[in-house]
Design a protein around this ligand. Structure first.
Ligand code: SF4
Ligand code: SF4
Length: 283
């Protein structure tokens, strides 16, 4: 059977996206947690997986062969990402901007561009109790995480019959789009503050533009929830769960503890959330 994909995202960092993703993965039987927040993956801090495999992720970047290059500049014109520049008698390659699109290799009329491998990050695969674990990580200084996300997707596709919980990057960047595409359900995590509300609206716009189903979880829930609830009602989006703003929860988070391991009430809420999400997916 095919995997079911539940993506957890937020319009901004620090809203509790990873808290929701790891705890949700923990209460679901047969789950696979995929940390696609490749710039700052931290799901492992909570799940503490046994890592069984590490795979480097490489991209192809250009290297100029000056024995053949005539400095015609065609490669510079072909690069849509500003990764090449013609300065004096050199073609400079800004490899951190290279998207490995291959256009410059195609365009060079003198075969003066050599493909060179560059490791931009890696993927770790493992297991945390019954939860399968995959994590992508971009090396420090690298800017483009999409190739890592593509590799993660290939690995996820090698599994069958899993409930995949994707922990996306925060925001609405192309990394987020790549992480959440083809989701069976998107869970948008927000907090009842003006900033949270502003970023929730951006996330809703993004998910809606991708024509994906969505629901909301309010973290740090309290007296100000109405701001989120009113908006969700207007937008016809279900608010499926509220995580209360409590000192003990913040403490547990700071110590890297899973909420479902120490709070029975929260565990029941996450079980209820997983049931509701599966019901919505079946509709
Ligand atoms: S591979 Fe694409 S992105 Fe990279 S330098 Fe060549 S044209 Fe630019
Ligand atoms: S297209 Fe080829 S020959 Fe022209 S500048 Fe680029 S590397 Fe040199």
């Amino acid at each position: 059977m095919r995997n079911v994909k539940i993506s957890v995202l937020s319009g901004k960092g620090g809203t509790g996206k990873t808290t929701v993703a790891v705890n949700l993965a923990k209460v679901i039987d047969n789950s696979l947690y995929a940390d696609c927040d490749v710039e700052e993956p931290n799901g492992y801090l909570f799940l503490i997986p046994d890592i069984t495999k590490e795979i480097p992720v490489k991209i192809k970047i250009p290297e100029i062969d000056y024995s053949k290059c005539t400095l015609c500049g065609d490669c510079v014109k072909a690069c849509r990402f500003g990764a090449l520049a013609h300065i004096g008698k050199r073609i400079l390659v800004f490899d951190h901007l290279c998207h490995s699109c291959g256009a410059c290799f195609e365009m060079c009329p003198h075969n003066a561009i050599i493909e060179k491998d560059k490791i931009i990050g890696g993927i770790r695969i493992g297991k945390s109790g019954s939860v399968d674990f995959i994590e992508g990580k971009l090396n420090i200084g690298e800017a483009i995480g999409v190739p890592i996300l593509k590799e993660i997707k290939k690995i996820i596709n090698s599994y069958n019959d899993k409930i995949v919980v994707v922990d996306s990057s925060p925001g609405t960047s192309c990394s987020v789009i790549n992480s959440i595409d083809n989701s069976d359900m998107c869970i948008l995590v927000t907090e009842p503050t003006p900033y949270g509300f502003h970023d929730l609206k951006l996330a809703v716009e993004l998910v809606r533009s991708m024509n994906l189903p969505m629901a909301v979880v309010i973290n740090k829930s309290g007296d100000e929830d109405e701001i989120i609830e009113k908006y969700c009602k207007e937008q016809d989006i279900d608010v499926l769960m509220k995580i209360p703003f409590k000192k003990e929860i913040a403490k547990a988070y700071s110590k890297g503890k899973l909420l479902v391991d120490f709070d029975k009430e929260i565990k029941d809420k996450f079980k209820q959330l997983s049931g509701q999400v599966m019901e919505l997916i079946k509709r």
